[in-house]
Design a binder for this molecule. Structure first.
Ligand code: GTP
Ligand code: SPV
Ligand code: MN
Length: 587
């Protein structure tokens, strides 16, 4: 492949010298190339080819057993000044981090092929799109990147002679968790990750570029890079409302993005279409509204819990041309995970490579096992998903995994209050990151692990963007699908029934739908959600929409403590929102 970009060539030569790679392969993204890589991985045991009839061109992979999720404690923002990383990020001075990493990368690709993957984030021809390069010694990473982003020729053409691209180097190293580093150098536009081949640690396009570095660029350039799904709601008259939603990792973005409405809504003509399931870049359009594009090209979705009942669209999306990582492998060349339809297989190989039966005491699939599937294969993919100008956003939804306190849905009074609601998000930790499963923690705007700069500056940026957009800004909502009853069961059926909440939200953005004012925001009435049709008891319905002043005052106390962490950088407008919440609760 002919590369004419001199800046790119010079840098790639440098990395090849440093890593002492045996050879350099520039990925063109072609079918031929990926078929050869897949065959190679089948031959060396990295991949198992699945049954070609049931799962054409699909592969099964297992990671190292100690390399199964993002590692937040080994993820660093290496800005020149510590205060630019802020209290929620790990920080090291760029010189000090290079001093750690240089010896690790020195000679790390000896005897190995160094792949150069040029990738495009965002639709081709979009003013929002950006080019990144990931140099990696892992063909598994190349195969995943090829599904998750637009790689090769399309990205190289888009780059042209431009010397502005995000540089990234990734090496498998020896997968020793003690040598694992996921490092971001915002001033250099550089990502270095070492000793992990897993998801967000190794696929730098995803969280490293599209969120951590992009959030820094977005602040500079006046837009937003967010951990959000994007979906379109079509009503029976054919009107489309686009919404984006920020939920923490493994808290329901993929599922909501691909929701199938209940039969009655389908019959009436309602439709949900997916634009993206994990990341949104939002910029102002010429009309002054916020438009969103999905920078990605595929889904890296949580497998467990995905079934014909919960998310048939995801299952169809991963029927072909998909990589399954850390699920269970069945003897007939299919895959299995907890929550999939039907009986578990009588015999399988679990995610650790060990024989598994339904009697085994441990799960067959790792709770953070994933499928990597092309977005274009999703039956409900939006016709607008590759639109260069993006889709106009009418509502932004925040949501967390909260077994108590937080109601099913509420609307913020205005943008500033909504920013406060997002900033105060808390959620129980999931298996998507290593450590602390189930622990309740603050996860502002679902960006705690992904904001590339000081969290309080990020909140200020949200306030600034709101000022720019004025009355054209989306309305802001908060949802909680995860409220539990005393016996630990879900109070809310979730999944397809979340359509009821989306319909209320869509109506609110059009100035319709009844709302009841409470100290925390505007809530629907039970009729507005249709609890009765759902057959929920009056008590359950009341609990789902309850705002308990005692619980919320305790929540406010805890928020006050959290806010102290941000000291003088805390925007005054957010402190004012906090004070206003407290006085509404006390009134
Ligand atoms: P990342 O890819 O990690 O950013 O996660 P995500 O936000 O896309 O999460 P995903 O949609 O994959 O959901 C993760 C888990 O939440 C799965 O086990 C789902 O089954 C479960 N889940 C999703 N929606 C609902 C819901 O409405 N109710 C309940 N109870 N569980 C849900
Ligand atoms: C998440 O953890 O939010 C994910 C998976 O979407 S990963 O790509 O590993 O970040
Ligand atoms: Mn995510």
């Amino acid at each position: 492949m002919e590369i004419e970009n001199q800046t790119l060539k010079t840098w790639v030569d440098e990395v090849a010298r440093q890593t002492e790679a045996e050879s350099v392969h520039w990925c063109d993204g072609s079918e031929e190339e990926i078929n050869r890589l897949n065959e190679m991985m089948v031959a060396d045991g990295t991949f198992v080819r699945l049954d070609p009839d049931k799962h054409p061109n699909c592969f099964y992979a297992r990671s190292d057993v100690k390399d199964v999720a993002r590692v937040e404690d080994r993820t660093f923002i290496c800005s020149a000044k510590e205060e630019d990383a802020g209290p929620t990020n790990n920080w090291k001075h760029p010189d000090d981090m290079h001093a750690i990493l240089d010896p690790l990368f020195k000679g790390c690709m000896r005897g190995r092929v160094m792949y150069v993957v040029t990738y495009l984030l965002g639709p081709p021809g979009s003013p929002m799109s950006k080019v990144g390069i990931e140099i990696t010694d892992s063909p598994y990473v190349v195969a995943n990147l090829r599904i998750m982003t637009r790689i090769g020729k399309v990205a190289i053409d888009e780059l042209g002679q431009n010397s502005e691209f995000v540089k990234g180097v990734h090496s498998t190293g020896n997968l020793d968790p003690e040598q694992r580093y996921i490092c971001h150098f915002p001033d250099e536009g550089l990502i270095l990750s070492f000793s992990s081949n897993y998801g967000g640690n190794a696929l730098q396009s995803k969280k490293c570029f599209a969120l951590r570095l992009a959030s820094v660029m977005a602040r500079r350039e006046g837009w937003l890079a967010e951990h959000m799904l994007i979906l379109g709601i079509t009503d029976p008259q054919g009107n489309k409302t686009y919404v984006s939603a920020a939920f923490p990792s493994a808290c329901g973005k993929t599922n909501l993005a691909m929701l199938i409405p209940p039969q009655a809504d389908l019959d009436a003509g309602w439709k949900i279409e997916t634009v993206g399931d994990d990341i949104a870049w939002l910029k102002f359009g010429e009309d002054g509204r916020l438009y969103a594009v999905n920078p990605e090209y595929g889904f890296f979705g949580v497998a467990p819990g995905t079934s014909m009942k919960t998310n048939p669209n995801a299952l169809e999306a991963c029927r072909a041309n998909t990589i399954f990582t850390n699920v269970a492998l069945c003897p007939d060349g299919t895959v299995w995970w907890e929550g999939l339809d039907g009986d578990p297989p009588a015999h399988a190989t679990d995610w650790k490579g060990k024989p598994w039966t339904p009697e085994s005491p441990t799960p067959a699939a790792h709770p953070n096992s994933r499928f990597t599937a092309p977005a274009g294969q999703c039956p409900c993919i939006s016709p607008e998903w590759e639109s260069p100008q993006g889709v106009p956003i009418s509502a932004i939804i925040f949501g967390g995994r909260r077994s108590t306190t937080t109601p099913l849905v509420y609307q913020a009074f205005n943008w500033v209050h909504g920013t406060y609601v997002g900033a105060m998000m808390t959620s129980e930790k999931t298996a998507a990151a290593v450590g602390g499963l189930g622990e309740l923690r603050h996860d502002p705007m679902a960006m705690l692990p992904f904001c590339g700069y000081h969290m309080a500056d990020y909140w200020q940026h949200w306030l600034n963007v709101g000022e720019t957009g004025g009355d054209k800004m989306p309305d802001i909502f908060h949802v909680n699908w995860f409220r539990k009853s005393a016996d630990g069961s879900w109070l809310w059926p979730g999944f397809g029934e979340n359509m009821r909440v989306l319909k209320w939200i869509a109506a609110r953005t059009q100035g319709k739908g009844t709302a009841v004012e409470t100290p925390i925001g505007l809530l629907p009435t039970p009729e507005g959600i249709g609890f009765e049709e759902l057959g929920l008891s009056e008590q359950t319905a009341a609990e789902l929409l309850s705002v308990d002043p005692g619980q919320w005052l305790a929540e406010a106390d805890e928020q006050a403590e959290y806010l102290q962490k941000f000291g003088e950088k805390l925007p005054a407008a957010l402190q004012a929102e906090h004070d206003a919440l407290r006085s509404r609760l006390q009134a």
